[in-house]
Design a binder for this molecule. Structure first.
Ligand SMILES: Nc1ncnc2c1ncn2[C@@H]1O[C@H](COP(=O)(O)OP(=O)(O)O)[C@@H](O)[C@H]1O
Ligand SMILES: [Mg+2]
Length: 241
């Protein structure tokens, strides 16, 4: 069997960014842990939320979105503001912020935030089940969890996510000229989708997307324009003139 034939058998979860799934054999291989990386304002939260939302609407899939950078209310307001209607799939799309997790577990004490998040995500998996897990964001989780040995603890965290048997999106911040995390997150992840803000001329910045890495996928590594219109995301060829 050729590698391509093997890939064809991989079950995939669509990002629902119109045009992007076709650039990676139909979507993210189910069960993969994918970094969604980019600068502030590059639509990381929007892309992740849109994927969870569209999978609920179109595929009847459940998702758990953990928001740590902004409150649940602020995230919902943003997503409604760009044209999504999350209340229509409220039974399938669970959105929780740190305050909610803190209240629902009541276990702060000596447990690190990483442990708290794991217990919470495990509990929700057992009680409701979900196919997509979004963590927004990994740098905030790393800041909240005081690690003794970050490389080791992140390695085990990625392994734990794979063990959940859900498709995970980990949002992470990038800075121009730097990699995708200081503790080897780029090696640990099965995939990396990079969102960029590209300066086209003195006054124009365009949003771009690139699939940097996607295990088990024959994917394009090209840059595409990323467009958000009426609650939908799509890619287009980069036009710079
Ligand atoms: N086409 C658009 N129409 C309306 N708002 C937009 C549009 N494109 C981007 N935005 C706004 O840009 C902001 C950044 O998006 P977000 O996904 O929060 O970025 P990140 O998580 O990467 O910081 C959001 O507040 C969103 O409402
Ligand atoms: Mg964000």
């Amino acid at each position: 069997m050729t590698p391509l034939e093997t890939h064809a058998k991989v079950s995939r979860v669509r990002t629902f960014v119109d045009g992007l799934d076709e650039k990676m054999e139909g979507g993210i291989p189910r069960g993969n842990v994918v970094l969604l990386a980019g600068e502030p304002g590059s639509l990381k939260s929007t892309v992740a939320f849109h994927m969870a939302y569209q999978n609920a609407v179109k595929e009847n899939r459940r998702a758990l979105y953990v928001t740590m950078e902004q409150s649940r209310e602020s995230l919902l307001q943003n997503m409604e503001g760009v044209g999504m209607r999350p209340e229509a799939v409220a039974d399938k799309l669970s959105i929780v912020d740190i305050g909610h997790i803190r209240r629902s577990l009541n276990v702060l004490g000596t447990k690190s935030w990483l442990e708290i998040l794991k217990s919470f995500a495990q509990n929700v998996k057992e009680s409701q089940g979900y196919d997509i897990l979004v963590i927004d964001s990994l740098p905030v989780l790393e800041t909240l969890s005081t690690f003794d040995n970050p490389r080791n603890e992140l390695f085990h965290f990625f392994e734990w996510m794979r063990g959940l048997e859900v498709t995970s999106l980990l949002i992470t911040e990038t800075h121009p000229g730097e990699g995708y995390g200081e503790y080897g997150e780029d090696y640990l992840a099965d995939g990396i989708i990079h969102l960029m803000m590209s300066k086209v001329n003195e006054e124009t910045i365009q949003r771009r997307v690139r699939v940097v890495k996607m295990r088990s996928s024959n994917h394009s590594s090209n840059l595409f324009s990323l467009l958000l219109e009426k609650g939908s995301l799509r890619i287009a060829r980069v036009i710079t003139t």
